[in-house]
Ligand binder design. Sequence first.
Ligand code: AN7
Length: 359
Amino acid sequence: MSTAEGGMSGSRFILERYRELLPVTDATPMVTLGEGGTPLIRSCRLEAELGLEALYFKAEFTNPTGSFKDRGMVLAVAKAAEAGAEAVICASTGNTSASAAAYASRHGLKAIVVVPSGRIAMGKLAQAVAHGAQIVAIDGSFDDALRVVRELAEKHPVALVNSVNPHRIEGQKTGAFEIVDELGAAPDVLCIPVGNAGNITAYWRGFSEYYQMERVVTRPQMWGFQAAGAAPLVSGVPVAHPETIATAIRIGNPATWDGAISARDESEGLIDAVTDEQILEAYRRLAPDEGIFCEPASAASLAGLMQQHAAGVDLSGKTAVCIITGHGLKDPDTALEIEADRVESSAETDAVERALGWG
Ligand code: AN7
């Protein structure tokens, strides 16, 4: 099959758009939910504040399940189906499970998701439930869940779709292709939140492949940011009990550790830690100042950029892209902790006028 199911065409179907750069064969089922083709949104306020030449937000939260995971999952689940799998399995802090469940539904496969009990943002759990995934909530961390699913996938006929599956990284590298295709060049700096470290690895691969193919003449510095309570790549040792408000990146032993270090070193970039306070500060700037409502983990990319600026790093003349990985609606609890500009009123116009301070 060479055309998308349902006749979907163009930029929102990465398996077709970047087919020759992906492990897609004639036997790969070309199933799509409309992933990829996400907007690169120019900053309207923070760009000047940070002294950048240009600042963009790559709106990965506009993917069908509300996170960047769909880029990798569209390929990983298609390849599982192509290989004859009947079920997919993953460990997750929430977004991977939401995406796996959606694509498994589309392919008519069963999805099994293993998650840390009580540590998944509400919206993500709702997605796994809605898609009919079989959910096992374990008394342990994401790292425990990943160990368990790796062992299960060795013993049982299920396809593992965490980013240890190479098709996940392949799909996710298309985010880098889109940035270059749209800007006509690579940015100077790419800011990205880091948890299990699949995405920073994928973006670096995407930029590097375009560079090798001479579709671009430079590559960005990769600036990865972990939450301070879950920053093994910064300290150099796994964290036994990771803790952060950004539950998506509450990961103590990233599976693609070496990929992240290579991305950092080959790009002459950095991987640094941002505190929960810094993450929340960036989170609370993005929605009111830029119109971008993301989940806390996604704000780590901007938090890191703000931290570098505050530390005196000169950003003048530079173009930066922050990857905004997941939607704010995923985690309504954190959003509602913001002090709202809200009053109760009776249903009369004059009462609402008074409530607004107009009368
Ligand atoms: C919003 O869903 O690991 O460094 O199990 O959901 O590639 O792991 C999610 C990770 C950043 C970190 N932002 O990406 C999972 C999971 C959001 C995320 C990351 C995640 P990686």
